[in-house]
Design a protein around this ligand. Sequence first.
Ligand code: C2O
Ligand code: CU
Length: 508
Amino acid sequence: MLAAQLAEPRQSLINPATLARFVDPLPIPPLQAPQEHRAHPAYPQRKLPYYRMEMRAFQSRLHRDLPRTTQWGYQGSMPGPTLQAVRGEPMLVEWVNALPQQHLLPVDHRIHGAERSKPEVRAVTHVHGARVPADSDGWPEDWLAPGRSVLYHYPNAQDAATLWYHDHAMGITRLNIYAGLLGAFIVRDPEEQALGLPSGECDLPLILCDRLIAQNGQLYYPVSDDPEAPWVSECYGNAVLCNGKLFPYADVEPRRYRLRLINAANARHFNLSLSHRHAFMQIASDQGLLPAPVERERIELYPAERADVVVDFAGMDGQTIELRDQSDAILQFRVRDRGRRDTAALPAVLRAVPRIDPATAVCDRVLTLGEMDDANGGAMMMMLGGKHWSAPITETPRQDSVEIWSLVNVTGDVHPIHLHLVRFQVIERRPFDLFAWNAHRTLKYTGPGVPPPPHEAGWKDTVRADPGMVTRIVMRFEGEPGRYVWHCHLLEHEDNEMMRPFMLLPRT
Ligand code: C2O
Ligand code: CU
């Protein structure tokens, strides 16, 4: 969107099209096991499983024929190990910053003058989509310098869903996640378990992200040469990694699989399909099960969105199927019969999603997306609600109250908007008059609202806010009072002020 002039990469980049495809097996991130059980003052009744997750630099191959790449990862892998939780069973995670003192990627100090006084390497982990108390949410300014750690507690008082954990440090999230600080966090519950969905080896997280890779195998993050636009407005890679590999393959059996698709990219949205026009049955969105499976030929996923799908390889023994983004292969499935069958059919009904009645909302907050502030020493900023990160908190919902947020996109881009703590429902996307808005701040709708399609009619935590539209969402603010954030999940936007705090006030 900003026409940043990019500096020439010092190293020339690889051309992924010249690499052999499907020569590396798909890595499945291991499940992290608790180290021990520990007491915690917030849960006096019992001892909780305690996990230690260390962020550190490591080297691995993104592809058989590439030199080793240095990345940062939790427990020294990208994606990090999968954390698994059960609804209502709290756990403790100690997040340890064991990263080196120098960043893996060039840190552009021009972006935020104030950043200069901070350590170059700083990290804090947020579990995306988790309903957690504010003290364990990963407040962006609560970052840890190398050598520091913090103990967070997760109540897991929420329905089964595919969540993910990632870095959230103020002003530098885009570089930390790009360096590899991300992984899956899966919540399970008995109702979902009772549905007989594919499980065990047939339940695979597929974490997708794109990277620019230099000839020497190292990650390249683009740097702007343009003083008018010192930050790169969106970083797009030329190589799509699936669970950290370029063009991997997965051996599967002729039966059903549950694939948990996670878009962990900085800015890219994926338009996913299967070869042979094989369809996905989407069973869940960001915050868990849809009311019923939805058959889809293509799945668009914006940054931080998730879709759980069931794919049936029955009757395809000996064949291969590709998972694609547009027409580009990401992953190849090789179907080989090893004599195991699944008997359970996909249930027609999954989990009811009771609609939150918008009429019960105590307010409708009209919030702009992407207003610019270029009076900032030449460093253009994008804002939410016309405000910088540091402006006093303006969004102060009350615990358990229902609110509507009307997200007015005044830019020409899609912004995937994420609220911490809550799950929400999409009411509609409604066209509005941008000129009337810019001239007199009046919100004039120019057409009827379009309700969400079935795959967006479940619980969400990240929503695509389209240009020219007011995207209206409704949520009940369940959770512990305290300070949380909401932001655009295009990480370059998030780091350049497209993030704001909100304060959940205690119920009266
Ligand atoms: Cu996925 Cu505020 O984060
Ligand atoms: Cu954005």
